[in-house]
Design a protein around this ligand. Structure first.
Ligand SMILES: [Zn+2]
Length: 61
């Protein structure tokens, strides 16, 4: 689980926009770029080259 404080300070490395945490899949999503950043051992991998395209529109609440 990512800490609330960390979530407040991290932004999308591509657009500097807000990232949405998806607890269900344990990933971070940028809806502006439609990219998904994975989290490994509580560390978000905030690299555009490592991000996957967001394919599904499944809400993550
Ligand atoms: Zn972005």
């Amino acid at each position: 689980m990512l800490s609330e404080n960390l979530l407040k300070v991290i932004v999308c490395p591509k657009c500097k926009g807000e990232l949405k945490y998806c607890p269900k899949k344990n990933e971070l999503r940028c809806y502006r770029c439609r990219l998904v950043y994975r989290i490994e051992e509580d560390i978000p991998i905030l690299l555009v080259e490592e991000a996957k395209p967001l394919t599904e529109d499944e809400p993550c609440e």
